[in-house]
Design a protein around this ligand. Structure first.
Ligand SMILES: Cc1cc2nc3c(=O)[nH]c(=O)nc-3n(C[C@H](O)[C@H](O)[C@H](O)COP(=O)(O)O)c2cc1C
Length: 336
């Protein structure tokens, strides 16, 4: 890929990105969100994090490859809208990053690769991966170099500002030296997990360093942005090149839509049904139906009887049950 096709370099306007989220941002949810988002408001989205050890293992690969699966209908939709899709990978062995990235290049059509250096989950950190790499700057640099060597796709790193204490300056300095195309800074340390507030003044420190040392690298801020209005405020206040949004999408699936108008119950039911059908078509019986249940509250809320409908939906065991509950709700909706 030539430099001119590196989307991180197109910085004439801010980036708005949907965060990688395990068991959430699969091909089904991404396609549903893409369908209701404006391309102006959603520029980049990510797969779930995918293990480089898994991808490089003959048997393990079958267990993780669903995380990188992209439906043909999603491919068509994101090409039409121009939204960029980035594969996120994690691990701690540079050779495996090299090998996994080569494989992704050959078998998939992603627009970029992201290296997870931020996940705080203890069982992952114990393996010395993700946010644990904040404590191993030399290894982190080797991983970035190995990934860059394997592909012409742009590389981003998603990270936090420390492990047990805040080390923004030295850590972001390390990443800037490794020269990825973008750094996404989540304003918490590993120890915080999802507690405490994300500290955007730390994100700003990373941005100031970038301005001094390598203005070519795009810096996105992440943490506690729960509306588009708040995303714009963060850009104005802190000067970041863009904002990444995670849990905000749970509060409002229309987060990136063109209009902020309140959606009707019928529109919300139609969206849940579209998700349910696409989930069934895509995963058949390979994914546990329980995974779908976490989406019910994303769509079915803020209207009369929403609570009862949701409670009934939580009792379902399959797609036919879901359809029955939606029909029995008395809310007429047009399948989309
Ligand atoms: C359910 C869930 C799954 C997540 N999975 C990932 C993941 O696979 N990779 C990653 O880098 N971050 C993951 N995260 C972290 C988010 O990408 C994001 O950094 C975090 O939620 C903070 O942003 P927010 O305040 O906008 O939610 C996950 C978060 C949630 C809530």
């Amino acid at each position: 890929m030539s430099k001119s096709l590196n989307f991180w370099k197109e910085r004439n306007r801010p980036f708005f990105a949907l965060a990688p989220m395990e068991d959430v941002t699969d091909t089904v949810f991404r396609e549903i969100i893409l369908g209701i988002s404006s391309p102006e408001n959603l520029n980049i989205y990510y797969t779930e994090f995918t293990s480089t050890d898994g991808l490089c293992h003959e048997i393990g690969r079958d267990k993780v490859k669903h995380r990188l699966f992209v439906n043909e209908s999603e491919k068509a939709a994101h090409k039409k809208k121009g939204t960029k899709i980035v594969a996120q990978i994690w691990g701690r062995n540079p050779q495996k990053f090299f090998q996994a990235t080569k494989m992704i290049n050959e078998e998939y059509q992603f627009d970029g690769i992201d290296i997870n250096m931020g996940c705080p989950v203890k069982k992952i950190v114990k393996q010395g991966a993700c946010s644990a790499l904040i404590g191993e700057p030399e290894l982190a640099k080797e991983i970035i170099a190995a990934t860059k060597e394997a592909t012409d796709l742009p590389i981003s790193v998603k990270t936090r500002v420390g492990l047990s204490k805040v080390v923004t300056e030295e850590w972001i300095n390390t990443l800037i030296e490794a020269n990825p195309d973008s750094i996404i800074i989540h304003g918490r340390i590993q120890k915080d997990m999802s507690e405490n507030k994300a500290d955007w003044t730390e994100i700003k420190k990373g941005l100031d360093l970038r301005n001094q040392l390598n203005p070519e690298i795009a810096i996105l801020g992440n943490g506690d942005v729960f509306s588009m209005e708040s995303a714009h405020k963060k850009i104005a206040e802190y000067g970041v090149d863009g904002v990444m949004v995670g849990r905000g999408i749970f509060m409002n699936p229309f987060f990136f839509a063109e209009s902020l108008k309140e959606r009707t119950p019928a529109e919300k039911l139609a969206l849940l049904w579209a998700h349910t059908e696409l989930f069934d078509r895509t995963w058949k019986n390979t994914k546990n139906f329980a995974v779908l249940k976490r989406f019910f509250k994303i769509y079915i809320n803020s209207f009369k009887n929403a609570h009862q409908i949701r409670a009934s939906l939580m009792e379902t065991n399959g797609i036919d049950d879901v359809y029955k509950i939606l029909k029995e709700s008395g809310i007429e909706f047009e399948p989309i």
